[in-house]
Design a protein around this ligand. Structure first.
Ligand code: 5GP
Length: 194
């Protein structure tokens, strides 16, 4: 087997509370590993300033999102903070067929659904160094209304508690470079195991 053949595609799930830095970490991981790509989720939540349709998310009206559920076009989906989020199935299948690795940046509910279909999915949960740091990062981001921000912070506690049960790898995002390096190593190890 040559070097290209012995690296097989894997599903990698990255979860963590809002504001913990998942998108930044995943973006950096993808830059460092050329056989890894990021799935773009569909969502019914409104686009935030600076977000680009088709890059950050596929922003869909609820009717279109539900049509995709009915046509079985989503690998998983969940309602998170009052909006629907889901992973388009086709892109994941395409990437895996090409022997590449795909990262799904999704919540714990979605992660459980994916794990049921892909039992060898690599499960990574990103933790903030402390609740205070998470709250500061969320406020600094300034994206949400105060009530949504509070809901997200409350949700973080429940999500972290659930994570200890389901996720093999817990990565603390205290130092971004360190967190990225840990995720890169976890993915490389998983690829060489398969
Ligand atoms: P945000 O609105 O902050 O971008 O994302 C809110 C939450 O939705 C985050 O926990 C994020 O991981 C989750 N999320 C994003 N995309 C998906 C998806 O495709 N499926 C599921 N289940 N959750 C998602």
């Amino acid at each position: 087997m040559n070097q290209a053949e012995d690296k097989q595609g894997r599903v990698v799930i990255v979860s963590g509370p809002s504001g913990v830095g998942k998108s930044t970490i995943c973006g950096e991981v993808v830059k460092r590993l050329d056989n890894v790509c990021l799935s773009v989720s569909a969502t019914t939540r409104p686009k935030s300033p600076g977000e680009v349709d088709g890059e950050d998310y596929w922003f869909l009206p609820e009717s279109e999102f539900r049509e995709r559920i009915d046509n079985d076009l989503l690998l998983e989906y969940a309602e998170v903070f009052g909006s629907l989020y889901g992973t388009p199935r086709e892109k994941v299948d395409e990437v895996l067929r090409a022997g590449k690795t795909v990262i799904l940046e999704i919540d714990v509910q979605g992660a459980k659904q994916v794990k049921a279909n892909f039992p060898d999915a690599v499960m990574i949960f990103i933790l903030p160094p402390s609740t205070k740091v998470l709250a500061d990062r969320m406020n600094g981001r300034g994206r949400d209304d105060a009530d949504i921000a509070e809901e997200r912070l409350d949700g973080a506690g429940a999500e972290i508690a659930a994570a200890w049960q389901y996720y093999k790898y817990m990565v603390i995002n205290d130092d971004l470079h360190q967190a990225v390096a840990e995720c890169v190593q976890i993915i490389k190890n998983a690829q060489s195991e398969s």
